[in-house]
Design a protein around this ligand. Sequence first.
Ligand code: PLP
Length: 415
Amino acid sequence: MLYLKKTDPEIADLLEKERQRQIQGLELVASENLVSKAVLEAMGSIFTNKYAEGYPGKRYYGGCGFYDIAEDLARERMKKLFGAEHANVQPHSGTQANMAIYFATMECGKDRMMSMSLSQGGHLSHGSPVSFSGKMYQVTQYGVDLETEMLDYGVVEEMARKVRPRLIVCGASAYPREIDFKAFQEIAEGVDAKCMADIAHIAGLCATGVHNTSVGVVDFTTTTTHKTLRGPRGGAILCDSEYAQMVDKAVFPGMQGGPLMHTIAAKAVCLKEALQPSFREYNRQIVKNARRLAGTLADAGLRLVSGGTDNHLMLIDLTETQITGLEAEVALGKAGITVNKNTIPRETRSPFITSGLRIGTPAITTRGMKEPEMEQIGTLIARVLRDVHDETTIKQVKDEVIALASPFPIHPEGT
Ligand code: PLP
């Protein structure tokens, strides 16, 4: 940070403080991860200097030779990792990957889509009224069964028959159970719709066989690259060759201008890392850790939505504790445990308050933590939640969090 310290000491100071926060704290936001130094180097590189509108071999600017090679590496690695026929690695974000598929498959202002509602686990970009997706398309949303708190494919199918959508979206931001992508594709085919799976949260799990994959099963798969894939903040799309041209056109020139080539280089790096055998082990451990953490929380008397987890995340239902998601998030934050408040299936509070907490294990698993640490973390969370206003306990837990986290570097050896 030699140059940054000289040019902009304020930003350099913030970065150093944030580094300390990441080292000393426990990052349990389910959509986050910690990238390797190699990914950071590619992201913070001179590849940011170039305009490269277009695709490898067909750019609108000169001087793109090295960028073509980097983007081809990212595309080929993405295809290999997921066993896909086609990959587009240009979307700036997960939301933009979704936008590209909407543009490719639906007519704005006219066509109908179906997706999971935000309050029951879906994502903002899946048709929430406050997002472009809810403003531009006619959206009907399904949720979970309120008894089991899991998807009911029969209900989704019935809705699809009534709505006759052009696109059915599956995939979620806060759903702790396995999603049956084949069932969604079959429902879509039955009503002559296309099917898109947004695997942003579980991409690493899908790539390594820890969760069933949507690739080669549904028509379009979208993802982010910064969650369980452990890469730079960004998006990507996978599909069969027959859809390659329409997807590429929807991304550029349909939805974006110049691709973020430094990010694409970093995507290539994270995908190379993901192709190593250790990445499979990492994803298996994410799920083992989530199960153990969920078990510890349940043993401490906390109710988990759907009773547990099959993936990297769990949702605590705080209704019976009388504390809100917001109060819990703030108290845990003071103790160095970062989580986010989240709505739960029978939510009665606003999205800014909520009755739930979402907790995920990707980042702490990157640091090398395993089941014994999960038990300690679960116990610490339960202690804080017992009385979110007990500042003495919060202070004690914070000291224990620092002691627990310190032996686990945010860049484990070799990364
Ligand atoms: N899709 C899902 C399922 C997500 O959970 C998220 C973000 O958490 C996104 C898309 C959006 O990604 P981005 O924030 O990169 O737009």
